[in-house]
Design a protein around this ligand. Sequence first.
Ligand SMILES: NC(=O)c1ccc[n+]([C@@H]2O[C@H](COP(=O)([O-])OP(=O)(O)OC[C@H]3O[C@@H](n4cnc5c(N)ncnc54)[C@H](O)[C@@H]3O)[C@@H](O)[C@H]2O)c1
Length: 277
Amino acid sequence: MRPDLTTGVADASEPRKERIQVADRRLAGHVALVTGGGDGIGRATAVRLAEDGASVGIATIEPDQAKAAAAECESKGVKAAYSVADLGVVEDVNRAHAELVAALGNVDILVNNVGVAIESPFLESTDEQFDRTMAVNFMAAIRLTRLCLPAMIDQGWGSVINVASAQGILGWSNFTAYSCSKGALTSMVRQLANEFGPRGVRFNSVVPGSVLTPMNEARIAKDGPALLESSINLHIIKRLQKPSEVAAAIAFLASDEASFITGTTMAVDGGVLVKGH
Ligand SMILES: NC(=O)c1ccc[n+]([C@@H]2O[C@H](COP(=O)([O-])OP(=O)(O)OC[C@H]3O[C@@H](n4cnc5c(N)ncnc54)[C@H](O)[C@@H]3O)[C@@H](O)[C@H]2O)c1
């Protein structure tokens, strides 16, 4: 008899932990941690993962947002918890992880969403801007992944999703630190997918389009209708993106429906990366 080459440690048909496999609660039994989950894409993702049945931990900097996001997740009938933390600070990252694991159990879905975008022409940019951007956008992902991985490896199942950006792939101006941090997130995914795929942990990135979130609302309020129009025109689908449209892709990548998808950078961007000019 030929061996079945479609089975392995990460095979969804041999779950390594108890979980309910029902279509509309496909993440039941899992514990997700969403960074920057108080608002924008992170909040939409936390709520979507809760709707899909996961327990959800939110690590974010604004206490009111953290509390409200956790309450919205709980309203979907799952356990939720939050930790107020500045994820650019290593001690806060460690504390947030410890608090959320104590409240919900080991994390097996990690969404590295938190991000700051500091606008600065390169010749005026400072080491402090680069250090802060890399600490929040990239090192928080590295540190949390390191903290969450051992439990994922132990159970032979884990899914890590980084929220990257078209700015990490295409060229723009005045956002070099941001762009470098996002490029690093996609490199991390390719590397760790190779290192930990054989032990059942998948790593993927999503690249959103221009999403209507507080991050973009603030820029549009500052720069006016011209920025709004140019943001819309980035896409083939001529509108801004809803946070829930990014969240849906993240929830898919988290689930066993994506059981053979790893190391990829998935564009969920209304066509930004393939638009002809
Ligand atoms: N909005 C877009 O168009 C867009 C496009 C591509 C990629 N992204 C990426 O998506 C992610 C989410 O973006 P968004 O637009 O939802 O952002 P947002 O600013 O609307 O929300 C980010 C959340 O993170 C929190 N946060 C900020 N700094 C923090 C810190 N140091 N520690 C902990 N929490 C912190 C904020 O309080 C907020 O709740 C970011 O990584 C961003 O780079 C956004």
